[in-house]
Design a protein around this ligand. Structure first.
Ligand SMILES: Cc1ncc(COP(=O)(O)O)c(C=O)c1O
Length: 344
């Protein structure tokens, strides 16, 4: 089984160079990214790694396929012709992966029309069909539909797929992947970072370990009287005399505004609620019950301390979003600290 490592969006916010360098030492067979610019970043780290572009290429980006030896996704006859012309112009074969839309309704040739496009690609002299893939829309929530997508994909594959890379499963798809799968590659993003794709995922229960934690600091503490309104819009009124802590981070760092009056942070093992609206650079929390707290202390937004833990999944659910978005939303302003990766 080949491992196609999805590292788009700055490796899901973790930092492309650090993550990719580590993955290059970890048995990855192929990298997958969203666009040619992300692919170029990987190519500058090393020649020889195959790189698949998952999104559609803009016409002016075609030359990157040659410059950086990249593999585009083909969904339409027009794309096939375009990449074939490029190959002809440069007198070389362009490696492509055909994508089949089995129910995602996004990229890919509709599965009932796949045979025709497959034939077109095979007949074009400057294309080399290296792989065929599909993408699941609901592998985290609808096993039956995922099964339907698998069936449609299997039916659309050529009779003889010997030598082709056949892939479908994302993180959630792995849960329902059976041992006798005819696919010979997986295409995984989220799970690589130790985040399960949904709460009860079998792989999640197997206790994958998150590589990411998210911290802020207490910038200032002060005591305010009962009845004081907190933050913009006065959406919280103190129910008791309260020691508030003002964190040095807000939505401009990746703390979602949806955590206003809903989220928690861990301070020295205590769960402290977010008070009032999260602001651009500062977030207010209740520190009344944390005797040890002092300005400068680190607080955990996502992570673990002793028995306490706020997972990326919990954080995302409270903020009414998904782990993928949470990871991609930690902004440039937040310094990334890589622990236990001295060789990076
Ligand atoms: C086409 C494609 N394949 C694979 C993945 C990886 O999915 P996951 O992060 O759920 O493993 C994605 C993620 O968005 C994707 O768009």
């Amino acid at each position: 089984m080949r491992y196609i490592s999805v590292v788009k969006a700055d490796a899901y916010g973790h930092g492309m160079p650090q993550i990719v360098r580590r993955l290059m030492q970890s048995g990855v067979d192929y990298f997958a990214v969203a666009n040619v610019h992300e692919a170029a970043d990987i190519r500058h780290m090393g020649m020889g790694w195959p790189i698949l572009i998952l999104s559609a290429l803009l016409p002016e980006e075609d030359r990157f396929l040659i410059d950086y030896e990249l593999t585009p996704t083909v969904s339409t006859p027009e794309e096939a012709q375009r990449f074939n012309s490029l190959g002809e112009h440069h007198q070389r074969a362009i490696k492509v992966h055909l994508k089949i839309d089995t129910g995602m309704g996004r990229l890919g040739v509709w599965h009932e029309a796949a045979a025709q496009l497959l034939k077109t690609i095979q007949e074009l002299p400057h294309l080399h069909l290296e792989g065929i893939y599909t993408h699941f829309s609901s592998a985290d929530s609808d096993i039956e539909f995922t099964h339907t997508q698998r069936e449609r994909f299997l039916a659309a594959l050529p009779k003889d797929s010997e030598g082709l890379i056949i892939h479908a499963d994302n993180s959630a798809g792995l849960d329902s992947l059976s041992g006798d799968s005819p696919f010979n590659a997986v295409r995984v993003g989220l799970l690589q970072f130790g985040v399960p794709p949904y709460p009860n995922s079998a792989l999640g229960r197997a206790k994958v370990e998150p590589v990411f934690s998210f911290h802020a600091r207490i910038g200032l503490m002060k005591t305010l009287p009962k009845g004081t309104d907190i933050s913009y819009g006065r959406t919280h009124q103190l129910q008791r005399e309260t020691i508030i802590g003002i964190l040095t981070a807000g939505y401009a760092d990746g703390i979602p505004i949806n955590l206003s009056n809903k989220g928690y942070v861990l301070v020295d093992g205590h769960r402290c609620p977010v008070l009032g609206r999260v602001t651009m650079d500062q977030t207010i929390i209740d520190l009344t019950d944390v005797e040890t707290a002092k300005p400068g202390d680190a607080v955990i937004l996502i992570g673990q301390h002793n028995d306490g833990e706020i997972t990326t999944s919990e954080f995302s659910e409270t903020a009414n979003t998904i782990p993928w978005e949470t990871l991609c939303s930690v902004t440039k302003r937040v310094p990334r600290v890589y622990v236990g990766s001295r060789e990076l």
